[in-house]
Design a protein around this ligand. Structure first.
Ligand code: KQY
Length: 367
């Protein structure tokens, strides 16, 4: 039986592996709330199903769907995808799911972070979020993995690791008073070390412009290999993203990773700028508990929000003028992996992208 443990992953010899290490599978959740997903969530469901299919060609995929949506999800997803019933408040498995950690004996456990919908009552994106806060525990029960309940708020999209001691994050998110106002930078670093088995935190400044998560790093910058990162890049000096990306680049250039390596940076062009259309905004129901979607809203589109599966990278297609170049950069950054594009504007309309809706289950390895 899966248990809840009082110790920490670091004390028990566990670490979070990099996303590019081998996977046993992927978890996703099924979108349905009509005050975030337009037209009754149908177009988003189609996009999520395409992402699930692209990943299922490489590794086992499980999708969590509500009681109400179970039959619909089952019929829209390929037979190879396992569908299980789990209640959620929305569909961001990166942030509500567990972060898996592994040890040298080939064991796998999970960290269950406190979830407050990206800011709680101080700028959070919906209320309530009680079902989302239970998702990680339920996933760990199904996976039969022991659980660490971390004593602080964190979302999986707010961190990236290289599996060799280095963690990337942003100040905008992790130092935001709407997450853990009682904790300072040093406290957060110490907790990340204890719960993820990392040694060093590389702090970037702000996340992608207008990112409603308060600047999740998974939309701005991620590891592609030890010592290598992909960074969302903007060449237009008049665009607010220009300074953000430049600052991140300079910080990376000034840093070394936990093993003393300098960073090689793969610059991914920013799509767009992408803006919500009148028709898109009108298709979203007005809800009491969710952030309103307005025509003209600048969306935080980024090609960095991709998912690394076994043998393939599943990337968002967001802008026909830039998709090809982004695919080329990713193919160079991930030699030996096939880069598969999935139309992803419908996911972006809900506030995130492919990385945000996926959560890897690492394959434990004996060393
Ligand atoms: O960046 C992510 N990991 C999640 C995006 C969530 C957006 C909620 N509307």
């Amino acid at each position: 039986m899966a248990q809840t443990l009082d110790s920490t992953p670091q004390a028990d010899g566990f670490r979070m592996p990099a996303e590019f290490e081998p996977h046993a599978g992927t978890w996703m959740a099924w979108p349905e709330r009509t005050d975030n997903w337009r037209l009754g969530a149908g177009p988003a469901q189609q996009a999520f199903a395409a992402v699930a299919s692209a990943i299922a060609a490489a590794e086992p995929v499980t999708v969590a769907a509500s009681t109400r949506q179970f039959e619909n999800a089952r019929s829209r997803l390929p037979a190879a995808v396992r569908v299980v019933e789990i209640s959620t408040n929305d569909a961001w498995m990166r942030d509500t799911g567990p972060t898996f950690v592994i040890d040298r004996k080939g064991r796998r456990r999970g960290v269950d972070w406190i979830f407050n919908a990206w800011g709680g009552l101080d700028g959070g994106l919906y209320f309530p979020w009680d079902q989302d806060d239970l998702v990680a525990h339920k996933v760990l029960e199904i996976e039969g993995a022991d659980r660490y309940r971390a004593p602080f708020v964190l979302e999986g999209g707010a961190i990236h690791v290289d599996g060799q001691g280095t963690l990337l994050t942003t100040e905008e998110c992790l130092l935001n008073p709407n997450r853990n106002p009682q904790l300072g930078r040093a406290d957060i670093e110490s907790l990340l070390q204890r719960y993820l088995g990392i040694e060093q935190v590389v702090w970037l400044g702000r996340g992608v412009y207008n990112d409603e998560t308060d600047g999740h790093v998974d939309n701005l910058c991620c590891f592609t290999a030890p010592g290598e990162v992909a960074l969302s890049w903007c060449n237009d000096r008049d665009d607010p993203q220009y300074e953000i990306s430049r600052d991140a680049y300079e910080r990376l250039m000034a840093e070394r990773d936990a093993r003393g390596r300098p960073f090689k940076v793969h610059k991914l062009p920013q799509p767009g700028p992408l803006v919500m259309t009148v028709a898109e905004a009108e298709g979203v129901d007005t809800g009491e508990g969710a952030k309103p979607r307005l025509a003209g809203d600048r969306m935080a589109g980024s090609y960095v929000n991709f998912y690394v599966a076994n043998g393939r990278v599943v990337m968002p297609l967001l802008d026909s003028r830039r998709d090809r170049r982004a695919r080329q950069v990713l193919a160079e950054a991930f030699p030996g992996r096939e880069v598969v594009g999935v139309p992803a504007r419908e996911i972006l309309l809900g506030g995130g992208n492919i990385h945000c809706i996926t959560q890897q289950v690492p394959a434990p390895r004996r060393r």
